[in-house]
Design a protein around this ligand. Structure first.
Ligand code: NAG
Ligand code: NAG
Ligand code: NAG
Ligand code: NAG
Length: 651
């Protein structure tokens, strides 16, 4: 008899959380990390604190041309590439303390089984169409070009570097053959058009069912405004049949005999990964995925993924008619920019997961800053200078200072035991303020407003610092009985607020939170009692409670490593990167400027290397150099590689 704690349970809120599956052929950057895996992690941790039954699954998305291509580049098989990068992703997320219940992958027998089952169900119910498609084929590379491997002018807005599936500028979907002046991104040749037979999901036939379900889901659930708006605009334009097959080898095989040499297109296949990854975790996966009555599904993603989760995937599941759990809450972030530009994997611009780790800054500080600037409701930017500023002003001067002082007073003035508290009106006012902030925190976090929730935590410690500042317990302790008692009350109230803060911080900075609770010797139950009291303040460290051995600074332990980490914050402003257009033909004037820029950047790199500067800082400058060289090659009329293979992942 097995008792599965991780299955949905009667009488509890059962939350199934997914984060968009990161694509396996690359090292994730900070924008990817905050956009889905980290955001979902914070909510999963919060949900567990609330006593909900949470299952958080994610994994690497491993099929598709990009993997085949990477394999060719690195001289490995696609499977070897997947194995290698799956491990890279897993390690980075683990360093960031992303606490998945299971981090799987899509290249498994379960994926084949479940994807093919959904396919046959759609087929039997008449939701698939056959059609002949014109496709771009590169004679140079001797293969059909997947959407990401062709670039050209957008047929809608004329943006010159639109991808084969979507334009980054206007966001509209594109049929690759409609691109103006298409070019193969691998060899820069002009592809030809060739036709081939494919299968399509009949979205128009599913549209009215989909709309009915969307009306219900968006009304009852927490969909971010961007998710609702993007979905509405898709439906307003009317749905068209969508191709679900591709002429590739590296994918889930299409089981239909007429389409033997084809695989499922990643956008049909990848979201099925959520189900198959869960199936790899527990053979009772259907208790999560075919249980819409008991389970609430949260999908986390960046906004570019919205239509596939709100329109395409739900349509597949509705059409398959197998009582699937469909998304109840669709949580989409906006974009995180890097300084004044965009993160770019191919150009190596930005901070990548492995670089973050190499800086020596603890992952709690990264988490704190990324969550502080989470692109919630609007785009935001990562900036080194701002990270240093927030580290000092919020994490250390505000939060660290308050918690540290509260603990120190107990240790220094009261022999490590929480003193008796006699609350005056002033203390009650403070506790009422704290209670108000706590209720805001809870109601925001319940709605997955993670960045806003953090602001209320910081305001609690701001109130606390003011309270200590006004009451000056370090002076009162030297006074008469009444003053000494006042010092005791202020200390007792403060250390209890510190304990509350450690609980509220747990989803954001888990290591620091645990350290604080250990040092306060806080009872394990305080975690739930503090969140279960309907938002009123609970005293969980009563008079007489002995806190742990806190000799000096309470959370200095956590931040000490920072001082030795020697993070050089003086990273130069990012170089103005080429706007990315594929330049054909030489441009001697620009080449001359770029030659100068390459020489200067080369000097800068040599100086940094000579000084044995931080690896991260050198990598950043080297990436800029590579980028400039690439631009120079283009300006000189040579063809540049679309991606420099070592960029961004080189340690
Ligand atoms: C998935 O399960 C299969 C067999 O059940 C196992 O061989 C495989 O290693 C698992 N894969 C992952 C990524 O957990
Ligand atoms: C779907 O699953 C729910 C459990 O969540 C069950 O109560 C219901 O009967 C099922 N409906 C169908 C049509 O199978
Ligand atoms: C954070 O602040 C500490 C203490 O002032 C400092 O030593 C450390 O370098 C800072 N870290 C970052 C990343 O700015
Ligand atoms: C937090 O406090 C600051 C300063 O007192 C105030 O400006 C801000 O509006 C408060 N934030 C929230 C979310 O209440």
């Amino acid at each position: 008899f097995y008792f599965y704690l991780d299955l949905p349970q009667e009488g509890r809120r059962n939350l199934l959380l997914t984060s968009a599956l990161p694509y396996v052929n690359n090292v994730p950057h900070l924008g990817n990390i905050i956009g889905c895996v980290l955001s979902a992690d914070v909510f999963a941790r919060y949900g567990r604190l609330r006593g909900w039954n949470v299952l958080y699954v994610c994994g690497t998305d491993e099929y598709g041309t990009a993997t085949e291509n990477k394999a060719r580049e690195e001289g490995l098989t696609p499977q070897q590439i997947c194995d290698k990068y799956h491990a890279v992703h897993a390690e980075i997320y683990s360093w960031f303390q992303v606490d998945f219940d299971f981090f799987g992958r899509t290249t498994t027998p379960k994926q084949t089984e479940i994807a093919q089952d959904i396919f046959w169900r759609l087929h039997e119910r008449g939701f698939l169409l056959e059609d002949t498609v014109e496709q771009l084929r590169c004679e140079g590379c001797r293969r059909f070009l997947a959407d990401r491997f062709v670039e050209g002018g957008c047929p809608h807005c004329s943006y010159p570097e639109a991808r084969g599936d979507q334009c980054d500028k206007c966001g509209k979907l594109i049929n690759a053959v409609e691109l103006k002046n298409p070019l193969c991104k691998v060899c820069s040749k002009t592809p030809i058009i060739q036709s081939s037979k494919h299968l399509f999901l009949d979205l128009p036939k599913l549209e009215s069912q989909l709309e009915q379900w969307l009306d219900k889901s968006t009304a009852a659930g927490d969909w971010t405004p961007n998710a609702k708006q993007i979905t509405r605009s898709w439906l307003r334009d009317g749905l068209k049949p969508r191709c679900i097959t591709r002429d590739l080898k590296w994918g889930t095989p299409v089981p239909h005999p007429d389409f033997k040499d084809k695989v499922f297109y990643v956008w049909f296949d990848a979201p099925i990964g959520y189900l198959s990854i869960t199936a790899n975790y527990t053979d009772q996966w259907e208790k999560w995925w075919k249980n819409p009555e008991q389970v609430e599904l949260y999908n986390f993603m960046a906004k570019d993924n919205v239509p596939f989760h709100s329109v395409v995937f739900p349509s597949s599941l509705l059409g398959a008619q197998d009582n699937y759990t469909l998304v109840n809450h669709l949580v989409a972030t906006e974009y995180l920019n890097y300084e004044d530009t965009k993160f770019s994997k191919s150009r190596g611009v930005g901070v990548f997961g492995d670089m973050a780790k190499d800086t020596g800054v603890p992952s709690d500080v990264w988490r704190f800053y990324l969550l502080y600037v989470r692109p919630e409701g609007q785009d935001s930017a990562f900036s080194w200078a701002d990270m240093a500023l927030k580290n000092n002003s919020e994490l250390l001067n505000n939060l660290g200072n308050f918690i540290n002082r509260a603990g120190m007073f107990v240790t220094k003035f009261f022999e490590g035991c929480v003193p008796a508290m006699e609350l005056l009106a002033e203390d009650k006012t403070l506790l009422a303020q704290v209670g108000w902030e706590l209720r805001q925190y809870i109601s925001l976090m319940d709605k997955v407003k993670i960045r806003d929730g953090l602001k209320h935590i910081l305001n609690i410690s701001r109130h606390g610092n003011q309270y200590i500042q006004i009451n000056e317990p370090w002076k009162k302790i030297k006074g008469g009985d009444q003053d000494r008692q006042r010092a005791g009350t202020v200390t007792g109230v403060s250390v209890n607020i510190a304990c509350l803060l450690s609980v509220l911080l747990q989803p954001y900075i888990p290591t620091t939170s645990r350290t604080i609770r250990e040092q306060l010797n806080a009872p394990a139950a305080c975690v739930s009692t503090m969140l279960h009291a309907g938002g009123s303040f609970v005293c969980s460290l009563p008079a007489g409670h002995a806190i742990g051995t806190v000799s000096t600074a309470l959370i200095a332990f956590v931040f000490k490593r920072l001082a030795g980490g020697q993070v050089k914050v003086k990273v130069a402003a990012p170089v103005a990167v080429n706007d990315g257009a594929v330049v054909s033909g030489a441009d001697p004037e620009r080449a001359k400027q770029l030659m100068q820029a390459v020489a200067e950047q080369g000097d800068k790199v040599r100086v940094l290397k000579g000084q044995k500067a931080e690896k991260a800082a050198i990598t950043l400058e080297v990436n800029k150099l590579l980028d400039l060289k690439k631009q120079l090659a283009l300006a000189e009329g040579k063809s540049a590689e679309p991606t420099a293979p070592q960029k961004g992942k080189k340690k």
